[in-house]
Ligand binder design. Structure first.
Ligand code: ADE
Length: 233
């Protein structure tokens, strides 16, 4: 087991096949700091058609994911131990908005479960009884929770202590100060008639640091003033 174990419940487990094979998530797995198990909810359906959904009581368009199948899938993945199980996160546009501070908190846990919904909805009783947290990655509707689960895992995996090297952690710290990043430049010095700002060529590290901070602040004020509302900037 890795430092953090994440279990994903989905009816489309194949979507996640490559998630662990690239970049920093792959490094987290290789360093044994993360393991991800992907569970097919259909495996818990007892009938020969492997039914996981049914029509809504009261009528209406769309299908509803069955609470008994979801609960069985959860129990087969992480059984209740001493009347508790790790956090069960349901990905839904109705959830609390996911952000960096939430990612930080999740990266400190030993284990959690992500539930990916499909179809019109998940039966309310499953949400009430089994789900401990409902999370949205933004104010738009995806066709299912799977892409949201990938975003969630990527954001959390990079924050597990030991996954990023010291240099990358330094970068992470500057992202975590709740400001947008400053502009960055590399060679050539002039591109399409546009020159890299003089200060970056000056070699004056104190001035460069100050310039970057001011640029971050300016960009945040222009693009995301809401981020400044609760800070001292
Ligand atoms: N499932 C569908 N839309 C979603 C969203 N915006 N966030 C999380 N899960 C979702």
């Amino acid at each position: 087991m890795g430092r953090l174990s994440i279990h994903i419940l989905s009816i489309f487990p194949g979507i996640f096949e490559d998630l662990l094979n690239y970049g920093i998530v792959r490094r987290a797995v290789e360093k044994k700091l993360l393991d991800v198990s992907i569970v097919n909810i259909r495996d818990s359906a007892p009938d020969k058609h492997k039914t996981v959904d049914d029509v809504p009581y009261g009528g209406g368009a769309g299908m509803i994911m069955k609470p008994d199948i979801l609960a069985a899938s959860l129990e087969s993945t992480v059984p209740f131990r001493e009347h508790r199980r790790p956090e069960v996160v349901f990905l839904t546009p109705q959830g609390k908005r996911f952000d960096q501070s939430h990612a930080n908190k999740m990266s400190m846990l030993d284990e959690f479960i992500l539930i990916c919904g499909r179809y019109r909805a998940v039966d309310e009783r499953f949400r009430e009884i089994c789900v401990t947290d409902e999370i949205s990655i933004g104010d738009y509707v995806l066709s299912g929770g799977e892409p949201a689960a990938m975003v969630f895992i990527d954001a959390v995996a990079r924050l597990i202590p030991g996954v990023l090297n010291d240099f990358e952690s330094g970068i992470e710290d500057s992202f975590q100060n709740a400001l947008l990043d400053c502009p960055w430049y590399t060679r050539p010095e002039v591109f399409e008639g546009r020159k890299v700002p003089d200060v970056l060529l000056s070699g004056n590290h104190a001035e460069i640091k100050k310039w970057r901070y001011e640029q971050s602040l300016k960009r945040t004020r222009q693009r995301r003033p809401d981020l400044l509302d609760n800070s001292e900037c």
